[in-house]
Design a protein around this ligand. Sequence first.
Ligand SMILES: Cc1cc2nc3c(=O)[nH]c(=O)nc-3n(C[C@H](O)[C@H](O)[C@H](O)COP(=O)(O)OP(=O)(O)OC[C@H]3O[C@@H](n4cnc5c(N)ncnc54)[C@H](O)[C@@H]3O)c2cc1C
Length: 221
Amino acid sequence: MVTGELRAEVRAFLAEYGGAPQVDSWLTGWDEEFTRALAAKGWVGMTVPPEYGGPGRSHLERFVVTEELLAAGAPVAAHWIADRQIVPSLLKYGTEEQKQRYLPAIARGECFFGIGMSEPDSGSDLASVRTKGTRADAGWRITGTKVWTSGAHRADAFICLARTSPLDPDHRHAGLSQFIVDLRSPGVEIRPIVSMNGAHHFNEVILDDVLAPVFGTIGEG
Ligand SMILES: Cc1cc2nc3c(=O)[nH]c(=O)nc-3n(C[C@H](O)[C@H](O)[C@H](O)COP(=O)(O)OP(=O)(O)OC[C@H]3O[C@@H](n4cnc5c(N)ncnc54)[C@H](O)[C@@H]3O)c2cc1C
């Protein structure tokens, strides 16, 4: 489709849907009904191929839709991370099981993700994360504290960066792994961080010996 037509289609959809524009709508505009309506148009997980339940559209088309949604301040927060980060990660590094499990649900607008990277003493320098992953019979046991976790109180799961081999000062970026952690697992505690304006988007997520199943490791551990 010519991208101009797609752009016009998104604008018409937004005009019909209504709603006031939101500042930082990618963070503050959590509206699962809106996400499902968008998914029904094929505009969530747009680059997911049909064999995984998506419409298999181009990256340019996804860009056009995203640009229009952000320009309008549309409430995209619920699917933002799943659409932006999890879909490409799984398409490139995911196992067949992960793709089958998550991609169709994301494209239907029914599966929401967060990001568990930052920690109280680890921001830009993620090689310093102290959350640990230890091998267990059924997968990995994860213990640590994540912070600034947008939407964790509403998301189904988050990707969690953890150190899985001891820190080697000469190779600080080695020995880290990413896991998909179900945020409703036993051992997960989600504490709100309330912003100055009273809004609640951020959280602290405490992981106490949380089981991340083997299938949840993204890429080679
Ligand atoms: C709106 C918002 C949403 C967020 N959501 C999430 C989320 O969902 N999940 C999550 O994990 N995190 C999230 N974060 C956290 C964000 O990713 C961190 O703020 C980021 O990792 C930076 O860490 P920091 O704030 O500790 O800053 P620091 O790492 O302490 O950096 C402070 C300053 O020092 C500078 N600096 C750092 N290192 C160097 C260097 N080596 N050389 C020169 N300058 C340097 C930085 O540019 C910055 O200006 C969110 C942040 C924001 C603002």
